[in-house]
Ligand binder design. Structure first.
Ligand code: ADP
Length: 313
């Protein structure tokens, strides 16, 4: 109740699948803008917000990083809705930049700058045992100074508690890693690294790389593009609960040449990093920390300074 009174709710900024976002102002200093995200609670499934959920999300307030959307406050309303008070970022998201091929031009140096910000944000979370679990271009917001900020920790949860099985039904389908599609219950930061790899691929080709219409089709696209998961390339995979792959043929794991064609514009180091994020076996996939140590960051071209990054008008 006290937290709620710190803010004045203003006009609606937008509506998402499970939330309505409002502009807000700090009562103590109305020049300070915030975004108030009201999570729609599905009444059929619950009697409102579990105090647990609020406590869990409150933990995310400690997560402070230049490339992560600040969570200022969390409270539940009288009508049992959950409100997140977030840093105000009205300049759109990375998906808008990728899609606006008519007005937005960008190159390898810009991609390297955006990817650097994304990777630093993800490694920062993973170091603190927090998985994001829903990384996609639409969740990467652009700040007034051009910085990219990872948003929407609505699905993120501490992975520090090994006794609580995690649900496999997270992450928007196109960015979902094979271990989740196969129903793995214990997963790691590798799920985010896979999604980061697909954002990387999409930045380069300016189209979603693996846009499956269903979960089955998603698995088929992964197999065709990257190889069929088997006991040889991923020990234990066939024992996962929902393991199913196309049976007409076994696709080989994609080699360098396969990637150099469509993704060669980021250079051979860039292609090497991309390939390491899209390794089928999550245990063999590169970690977010290791991504930051990759040679690509030091190869030409240098990343574009954030103030010079392309933006929408
Ligand atoms: P989705 O991710 O499905 O678009 P969200 O619930 O995250 O839905 O956000 C809905 C809309 O609210 C976004 O499209 C955007 O226009 C706006 N929005 C979200 N977060 C912020 C923010 N931090 N600052 C300003 N506007 C925001």
């Amino acid at each position: 109740e006290e937290e709620k009174n710190k803010y004045i709710k203003g006009r609606e900024l937008g509506e998402g699948t499970y939330a309505i976002v409002y502009e807000g102002r700090l009562r103590a200093d109305p020049t300070q803008l915030v975004a108030i995200k009201k999570i729609k609670v599905q009444k059929e499934y619950s009697d409102g917000i579990a105090p647990d959920a609020v406590r869990e999300i409150k933990f995310l307030q400690e997560l402070r990083h230049a490339n992560i959307v600040r969570l200022h406050s969390v409270y539940s309303t009288r009508d049992q809705n959950l409100c997140l008070v977030l840093e105000h970022l009205p300049r759109g998201d990375l998906e808008m930049l990728i899609r606006d091929t008519a007005a937005v031009r960008y190159g390898a140096a810009d991609i390297k700058a955006w990817m650097g910000m994304l990777c630093r944000a993800v490694a920062f979370c993973h170091d603190r045992a927090v998985l994001h679990r829903d990384i996609k271009p639409n969740n990467l917001l652009v700040a007034a100074d051009g910085a990219l900020k990872l948003a929407d920790f609505g699905l993120a949860r501490s992975c520090a508690d090994p006794y609580r099985p995690m649900t496999a039904n997270v992450i928007t389908r196109w960015y979902r890693p094979p271990e989740l599609l196969f129903g793995a219950r214990h997963y790691t930061g590798g799920v985010d690294v896979w999604s980061v790899g697909l954002v990387f691929a999409e930045l380069i080709i300016r189209n979603p790389y693996l846009p499956g219409n269903t979960e089955v089709e998603q698995i088929n696209l992964i197999c065709r593009a990257l190889g069929t998961p088997t006991e040889e390339n991923w020990p234990g995979v066939t024992r996962l609960e929902s393991y199913t792959v196309p049976t007409d043929r076994t696709y080989p794991v994609a080699g360098r040449e396969t990637f150099l064609g469509p993704f060669g514009t980021v250079g051979s180091d860039g292609v090497d990093l991309l390939m390491k994020t899209l390794v089928l076996d999550p245990r063999r996939r590169i970690t977010s920390r290791a991504m930051l140590g990759h040679a690509w960051w030091h190869a030409e071209p240098r990343p574009t300074p954030i103030q010079d990054l392309p933006r929408r008008n």
